[in-house]
Ligand binder design. Structure first.
Ligand code: SAH
Length: 264
C-alpha cells in the first residue's frame, strides 16, 4: 500500500481538473453531446472480440447516463474512461455497457452503470473539483474503485471476501491507478487509518449505517449507502456531516447485496 497522504482530508482537490489517462491523449468532448457533460477518451479502438469498439460503446453508455439525468462532468468523464468489460468474465463482455448489473463471482454483482454514476454523483454533490480521500466499502471486482480513482485524490476500497479482493487486484493491475488502495477486511469497521474521508460509499446494504463510517467521515463529507429504512426496504441514504451534526436524506429504493460482518 502506498503511503497515505497528509491530514486533514482534502474535501475538494481545489481547482484540480480531471486527469487524462496514462499514456492517452487529452480528453475531447464526445460528438453530439453537450461539451460540459461528456468529455470522452479518444482511445484506439479496443476489440472486444464481439464486433464492439469499446470506446464507442462507452461513449454511448455515457450519452445514455446523461440522458437519464447524470449531470456531473467528472462522473460522466470517469464513466467514459473505465473499461467495464475488463471487470467481467469474457462471456459477459458483450453486456458490459448495458444498463444492467452483472455477476462477478462469489455470489456478488457489479452494480448497473446508472447506479454507479448516480451514487458517485451524490457523493460529489456540491464539490467543485476532485474529491479528497474516499472510502469504498465492497471492492467487488474493482470497477467502481477504478471509476472513483478519476474523481477523487485517493481511494481506499475494502472487501471482506478474499477471493474478490484478489480478483480486484488482478483486474486493476493493468489500469495502473496509484491512487487506489485495496484493503482486505471488514468494511463495517471502516478503515480508520485513512480517516477522515471526504466521502464514504458502500456497495452493500446494511440494516443501519455503521457508527464507524460516521466517525470516519470528515466534517463536510458525504456518505452514500444503500440502507434498510423504516419501511423495511432498502433505499439510498445520503448523510452529509456538518459541524452542526448529520443531515440524512432517504432517496430512491435500490437493491444491493447485503452488507455482512467479518472476513471470509
Ligand atoms: N463496487 C463493486 C460492487 C461489489 S458488490 C464493484 O464495482 O464490483 C458489493 C461487495 O460488497 C461484495 O463484493 C461484498 O462481498 C462486499 N461486502 C459486503 N459486506 C462487506 C463488508 N462488511 N466489508 C467489505 N465488503 C463487504
Amino acid at each position: 500500500m502506498k503511503p497515505r497522504p497528509s491530514f486533514p482530508a482534502n474535501l475538494n482537490g481545489a481547482g484540480v481538473k480531471p486527469k487524462p489517462a496514462l499514456g492517452r491523449p487529452a480528453l475531447q468532448p464526445a460528438k453530439g453531446l453537450p461539451s460540459h457533460t461528456t468529455p470522452t477518451p479518444r482511445t484506439p479502438p479496443v476489440s472486444m472480440g464481439l464486433g464492439l469498439d469499446s470506446s464507442a460503446v462507452r461513449a454511448q453508455m455515457v450519452a445514455k447516463l446523461a440522458a437519464q439525468g447524470v449531470q456531473d462532468a467528472f462522473v460522466l468523464q470517469a464513466m467514459g474512461r473505465v473499461e467495464r468489460h475488463r471487470f467481467v468474465e469474457s462471456a459477459l463482455a458483450g453486456q458490459a455497457y448495458e444498463d444492467t448489473s452483472l455477476p462477478i463471482g462469489f455470489e456478488q454483482t457489479i452494480s448497473k452503470p446508472n447506479v454507479v454514476a448516480r451514487m458517485i454523483e451524490l457523493l460529489r454533490q456540491g464539490a467543485q473539483g476532485q474529491l479528497g480521500r474516499i472510502l469504498e466499502i465492497g471492492t467487488g471486482c474493482g470497477y467502481q474503485a477504478a471509476v472513483l480513482s478519476h474523481v477523487a485524490t485517493e481511494v481506499y476500497s475494502i472487501e471482506r471476501l478474499r477471493g474478490l479482493h484478489e480478483k480486484a487486484k488482478k483486474n486493476l493491475l493493468p489500469f495502473r491507478l496509484p491512487n487506489v488502495h485495496l484493503i482486505f477486511g471488514d468494511g463495517m469497521l471502516g478503515f480508520a487509518k485513512g480517516a477522515p474521508y471526504a466521502g464514504i460509499i458502500s456497495a452493500a446494504g446494511g440494516e443501519n449505517v455503521p457508527q464507524a463510517w460516521l466517525d470516519q467521515l470528515a466534517i463536510g463529507g458525504r456518505l452514500v449507502a444503500p440502507t434498510v429504512t423504516t419501511s423495511g426496504h432498502q433505499a439510498l441514504v445520503v448523510i452529509h456531516k456538518t459541524s452542526q451534526g448529520l443531515d440524512r436524506q432517504v432517496l430512491e429504493a435500490v437493491h444491493f447485496v447485503p452488507l455482512k460482518s467479518g472476513i471470509v
